[in-house]
Design a binder for this molecule. Structure first.
Ligand SMILES: NC(=O)c1ccc[n+]([C@@H]2O[C@H](COP(=O)([O-])OP(=O)(O)OC[C@H]3O[C@@H](n4cnc5c(N)ncnc54)[C@H](OP(=O)(O)O)[C@@H]3O)[C@@H](O)[C@H]2O)c1
Length: 267
């Protein structure tokens, strides 16, 4: 599975948020296949039950939760600790994006975006750290985005949430290393999941031909978490995109100003 040192998730306890579809489902699936005990969380109960049924040995336990409700991230970790007594891998993956231009945003919608994509991660992480410290260490995998390193038009709230998550991941990674807790920030680019339907990114940013599969992105994230890497940007094309953003900002900005004009106003 991994290049170099083999990943040994066998026997490890993992919590994966956003496990009902896309990247999170793949991460949960790959972990369970590798022998981990997985607590899989999301709002859609039936999807989680389906995932759990694929592992008749009972290695996937569904936990239905809505991370838009403040405190739910903490509650989730409490459930896992109560049932399993430890947590070796926390995967903060749940998230969503909406195509809403900055001049059409509402404070309520931005607050919800920050709650699900960022504050819920903080809630879960702060509950996890004492448990990981007392058990001698652990791993945290945060799923941010390539847009955690740059701006793109039409999704300012989403971009802000991912910048926050990327910044938190790097900084907390420095703080926690001395406790043998690693924080890996996975920053995918366009990935072929249901996310695209909700966010309408595909329609407006023409990313469809650059999409990676959820399985590929999940594998890269798990490999990075296993190796305790601070940052994982899956795919050469995404790494090139980031390089171009940093090295040719004038060109990047010209393209983004043009893109912004192509986004139609909301009905
Ligand atoms: N797809 C991409 O192009 C792309 C690129 C970069 C980063 N990402 C990031 O990757 C992560 C996973 O996204 P994906 O592409 O796999 O999309 P997805 O298929 O839409 O999955 C999103 C997951 O998040 C869960 N979720 C959303 N809102 C939630 C809430 N309020 N409470 C609890 N769970 C919630 C969803 O479950 P329920 O709806 O069942 O609750 C679902 O399991 C996200 O953080 C996203 O920002 C995606």
């Amino acid at each position: 599975m991994a290049s170099g040192k083999r990943m040994k998730w066998d026997g490890q306890i993992a919590l994966v948020t956003g496990a009902s579809s896309g990247i999170g489902r793949e991460i949960a699936h790959q972990l369970a296949q590798a022998g981990a005990t997985v607590f899989a969380s999301a709002r859609r109960d039936e999807r989680l039950v389906q995932l759990s049924a694929e592992f008749p040995n009972g290695s996937v336990t569904p936990i239905v939760a809505d991370l838009a409700e403040a405190g739910t991230g903490e509650w989730l970790v409490e459930q896992v600790l109560a049932q399993a007594g430890r947590l070796d891998l926390l995967v903060n993956n749940a998230g969503y994006g909406e195509l809403v231009k900055a001049d059409e945003q509402t404070t309520k919608a931005v607050a919800r975006q920050m709650q699900v994509n960022f504050m819920a991660v903080i809630e879960a992480t702060l509950k996890t750290i004492p448990a990981m410290k007392s058990q001698g260490g652990g791993r945290i995998l945060n799923v941010a985005s390539i847009v955690g390193h740059m701006g793109i038009p039409g999704v300012s709230a989403y971009v802000a949430s991912k910048h926050a998550l990327q910044g938190w991941s790097e900084a907390s990674g420095y703080d926690l290393k001395q406790h043998n807790i690693s924080v890996t920030c996975l920053c995918p680019g366009g990935t072929d999941t249901e996310f695209q339907d909700h966010a309408s990114f595909e329609r407006h940013h023409g990313v469809s031909s650059f999409m990676q599969s959820a399985a590929t992105v999940a594998r890269a994230g798990l490999r990075g978490a296993w190796k305790r890497k601070l940052l994982v940007i899956p795919g050469l094309r995404n790494r090139f995109f980031l390089w171009a953003h940093d090295r040719m900002p004038w060109l990047y900005r010209r393209i983004m100003y043009r893109e912004a004009k192509r986004i139609a106003p909301r009905d």
